[in-house]
Design a protein around this ligand. Structure first.
Ligand code: AMP
Length: 433
């Protein structure tokens, strides 16, 4: 893949070549053609992924094709949470657009407003702004949005964390409703989703989030359960949900063999792959799994690493991994490419530490469910997300089965670290349905 294949014109290709970029990064190769085609984009991407060029290059390309901005008018507005980021994005716009007839302006708070007002008189094809200063400029008639074509929200999660939601809503209310929208965020909380829903229309969703963020299309939950009841719980889940293709992770090769035997004894077709199996046996097991001849593939982390199976509907962590990043890696096998997947973890009291490590890594408490009759006698404590070790509760007792209505009981954990920083919010939505 080259930049020339993406539909960019010569002046911008020249600027890219001068930067020494040879190939588009994944976010660029996905976002650029979509943006050029006029589509809205919702992207999970952090700094370092090349996201800035991902939205700047096609924005400049589109703007170069239209009429220049009139006095005080803005054609593309890029909102950033901080002045540093605004300056950085402004530099990128200037660099990539240096051979194009496109005028860009950067405005942010903490400096005199008058020079910014003067600068905006000639209009801006691209205006990079922090929300507060932008509203000040608008209130002084220094900026007009009548001809606005594009809106970019960069680092939307940080904007919400910094309390800009009201400013953003106010700005949105000032913009023409017909426009192209691009929203970039490192993480996708419920709050970001809600905001995105009011901004982007039928967006292309792009996810280039790094390993410690779990894909938002994966519905995750845990089942606290006693160790010796795990095989029974797994069998129950497979049968009641009628799962057809399940990848199950165990920590050890022996565990994988034992579980496979158990499942087969219950009439569930299963095969194990791990380091002790020959390559031939592994290939055969994988082929039968892919062709749905068997329902369950039981794998250890090492064996699963090289597996070429995408878009699995269901991943089960029969044991939690010792290394928390492996959890993210495991569940990354489901919910790919926008498809929805489920990742279920069976967690016993001995695994509280692994659970806490995972929940801290993904900065989220995983919703809990239980199956009547299989509730744990030994409780799995709730993780404290503020990075302090979790304190075991005094006199902790298992929940009596009578309190568990129906087959499953979801709970509604909240992000505790965020509760401290922000005003109390409604509980997080159930994500495990
Ligand atoms: P960003 O994620 O936008 O903060 O960009 C991270 C860094 O990657 C910046 O220093 C860019 O100059 C650089 N960069 C962006 N796109 C490319 C590319 N296609 N090839 C090489 N470097 C790039």
């Amino acid at each position: 893949m080259t930049f020339a294949n993406l539909g960019l014109s010569l002046p911008i290709l020249q600027a890219i070549a001068e930067q020494g970029y040879e190939h588009p990064s994944p976010i660029q190769s996905q976002a650029i053609p979509a943006i050029l085609a006029g589509q809205d984009v919702l992207a999970a991407a952090q700094t370092g992924t090349g996201k800035t060029a991902g939205f700047t290059l096609p924005t400049l390309e589109l703007l170069s094709r239209g009429e220049r901005a009139g006095p005080n008018q803005v054609r593309a507005l890029v909102l950033t949470p901080t002045r540093e980021l605004a300056a950085q994005v402004g530099d990128s716009v200037a660099t990539y657009g240096r051979h194009m007839p496109v005028r860009s302006v950067v405005v942010f708070g903490g400096v005199k407003i008058n020079p910014q007002m003067m600068n905006l008189r000639r209009g801006a094809d691209v205006l990079v702004a922090t929300p507060g200063r932008l509203l000040d400029l608008y209130n002084q008639n220094a900026v007009k949005f009548k001809h606005l074509e594009m809106l970019v929200l960069d680092e939307a999660d940080r904007m919400l964390d910094m309390g800009f939601i009201h400013d953003i809503r106010r700005i949105l209310s000032l913009l023409p409703s017909r426009r192209q929208n691009l929203l970039f965020s490192a993480t996708f909380s419920d709050e970001i989703r809600q905001l995105a829903n009011t901004i982007v229309r039928q967006p292309l969703e792009i996810d280039v989030s790094p390993r410690n963020t779990t894909a938002r299309t994966v519905h995750q939950c845990i089942y606290p359960v006693d160790k010796n009841r795990k095989p029974a719980l797994l069998t129950h889940l497979i049968e009641t949900h009628n799962w057809q293709q399940v990848l199950v992770f165990t920590r050890t090769k022996h565990g994988a063999n034992r579980l496979t035997r158990h499942l087969e004894s219950k009439g569930i077709l299963a095969a194990a792959i791990h380091g002790n199996k020959s390559q031939g046996a592994r290939t055969k097991a994988l082929a039968s799994f892919k062709s749905n001849e068997i329902t369950v593939l039981v794998a250890t982390d090492i064996a699963a690493r090289g597996l070429d199976i995408d878009q699995l509907p269901q991943v089960v962590n029969f044991d939690l991994p010792n290394v928390p990043e492996d959890y993210v890696h495991r569940i990354g096998r489901t919910g790919r490419a926008g498809a929805h997947g489920h990742a279920v973890s069976l967690v016993c009291a001995d695994e509280s530490k692994q659970l806490a490590d995972i929940e801290r890594l993904i900065n989220e408490l995983l919703p809990r469910q239980m199956v009547a009759g299989l509730e744990p006698v030994n409780e799995v404590p709730t993780t404290a997300l503020n990075n302090k070790p979790s304190k075991p509760k005094k006199n902790s007792k298992p929940k009596p089965a009578s309190k568990v209505k129906g087959v499953t009981t979801p709970s509604h954990p909240e992000k505790r670290s965020e509760q401290k920083k922000r005003p109390r919010r409604r509980p997080r939505k159930r994500i495990d349905e």
